[in-house]
Design a protein around this ligand. Structure first.
Ligand code: FEC
Length: 307
């Protein structure tokens, strides 16, 4: 087939300026505007990381880098489209553009490794609904890619590199984290928690880690219970247990964005400092070509599996 395969790369999206924080936050909250206090607090967090999040730029580099690798591997050429969940260009805009451009077959990938009905599935739903309304393109969906070998290779080296920055790596605790979700996913047979453990256990096995555990971060500011333990509480408990050094690996995220630059680098670091803990964060994937090669493999595999 010589017609290009549509490649829809999706990510969370971030406000392009502080003026866009209100519509962005309202979209995240399913159309309910935040209170003035909530809005001010989110603006304060963006200001603390420099005014805007680097996420939009990193997503662009990741998507373009992935398309470049795919167009250089001798396989079917791809045409890239980018769709964001909460800001422009929205997922539905991207799917409309694909249909207008005459793309009939496409692959959809989300820039987050672990699958949940409350995360990845909500992206897929938007694609499915838009494509159904327009009568195309036909999509194949990459559900998860947390066990993609080249992704795990990079993650392993990132943890290794962070441990090397500890003064006593054998006695440091490695804390794997991902974005928390409402605890009701536990009653929904959702694979999210198991997938986080699957990739974390694999890294631990490869590095023969003496101390590692799981925590959740960045829980939403709502009244319902969220998955725990929260990484901030974990830091306090680890100090009580006698740990002096912690490596934080936010393996559920692949870019430097608010939830890493604020929630870990500012908030968790402040907690660690108060406790007298040395906290070292693993570097994010961003547009590392070795990581993008893992995504390329995932796309080609999805293409083969559904042929
Ligand atoms: O750098 C940036 O500007 C964007 C950072 C960002 C990423 C991200 C990823 C995920 N989220 C996930 C789930 C939820 C759920 C709620 C929720 C709320 C927020 C808020 C901000 C925010 N998220 Fe996010 N998320 C990012 C940013 N997220 C800001 C709103 C303020 C706050 O609570 O802090 C709760 C919604 C509700 O109220 O109903 C649920 C998941 C991911 C990782 C997977 C993915 O990337 O899609 C899951 C990046």
């Amino acid at each position: 087939n010589t017609q290009p395969l549509g490649l829809l790369v999706m990510a969370y999206g971030t406000p392009h300026s502080l003026d866009e924080v209100l519509p962005y936050y309202t979209d995240i909250r399913h159309g309910r505007p935040p209170s003035d206090e909530q809005l001010a607090d989110l603006i304060r967090r963006y200001e603390a990381i420099g005014g805007v999040s680097p996420l939009a730029e990193i997503t662009r580099r990741q998507a373009e880098g992935l398309a470049e690798l795919l167009n250089a591997d001798g396989g079917r050429p791809v045409r890239l489209y980018q769709g964001m969940k909460h800001t422009t260009p929205f997922i539905s805009d991207a799917v409309e553009k694909m249909q207008e451009d005459g793309i009939t077959e496409a692959i959809a990938i989300v820039l987050a490794p672990h699958y949940s009905t409350m995360s990845i599935e909500t992206y897929h739903k938007q694609v499915r609904e838009t494509a159904a309304r327009l009568g195309g393109p036909a999509f194949r969906y990459i559900r998860d890619w947390h066990m993609e070998p080249r992704f795990l290779d990079v993650l392993t080296s990132r943890v290794q590199e962070a441990l090397a920055r500890c003064s006593d790596p054998q006695n440091a605790m490695v804390v794997f984290s991902a974005h928390s979700l409402p605890a009701r996913i536990l009653e929904m047979n959702d694979p999210y928690v198991d997938q986080l453990r699957e990739s974390g256990d694999e890294i631990a096995k490869r590095l023969n880690l003496p101390h590692y555990m799981y925590a959740w971060q960045s829980a939403g500011r709502t009244h319902e219970p969220w998955l725990g333990p929260d990484i901030l509480d974990v830091l306090s408990e680890l100090r009580e247990q006698g740990y002096r050094e912690v490596v934080s690996c936010s393996q559920g995220f692949v870019a430097d964005h608010l939830e890493v630059l604020y929630d870990i680098d500012i908030e968790a670091q402040a907690r660690a400092r108060d406790l007298g803990l040395h906290l070292v964060r693993t570097r994010q994937m961003n547009d590392d070509p070795a990581f993008l090669a893992g995504l390329r493999d995932a796309v080609r595999r999805a293409e083969r599996e559904t042929e």
